[in-house]
Design a binder for this molecule. Structure first.
Ligand SMILES: [Zn+2]
Length: 90
């Protein structure tokens, strides 16, 4: 079931929503392009930092959960380590 085509994709889901069986809320979907990680589809994380894109701030529209900002470097490392799609809960 491995999709070998396409970019590595990291899907970030809301952990509190999962824990109460609220329908899964996608906080962000990122893929790894030539310029580094970028958000795909309609996800709405906000980049911030001295260079404008050092950290990704996420917020759940369903429950208001706001996980700690994720550093761009960590996203890049996570994407580099996966093939196809991977889902994490924050
Ligand atoms: Zn939530």
């Amino acid at each position: 079931m491995r999709h070998s085509t396409g970019l590595p994709t990291l899907i970030v889901m809301c952990r509190p929503c999962r824990d109460v069986d609220r329908p899964g809320r996608k906080l962000a979907e990122l893929d790894l392009g030539p310029d580094g990680p970028s958000q795909t589809h309609h996800t709405i994380g906000q980049w911030s930092g001295p260079d404008g894109d050092d950290k990704l701030h996420l917020g759940c529209p369903a429950c208001g959960h706001a996980p700690r900002p994720i550093r761009r470097q960590r996203i890049t490392q996570a994407l580099a380590a996966i093939t196809g799609k991977s889902t994490v809960y924050l």
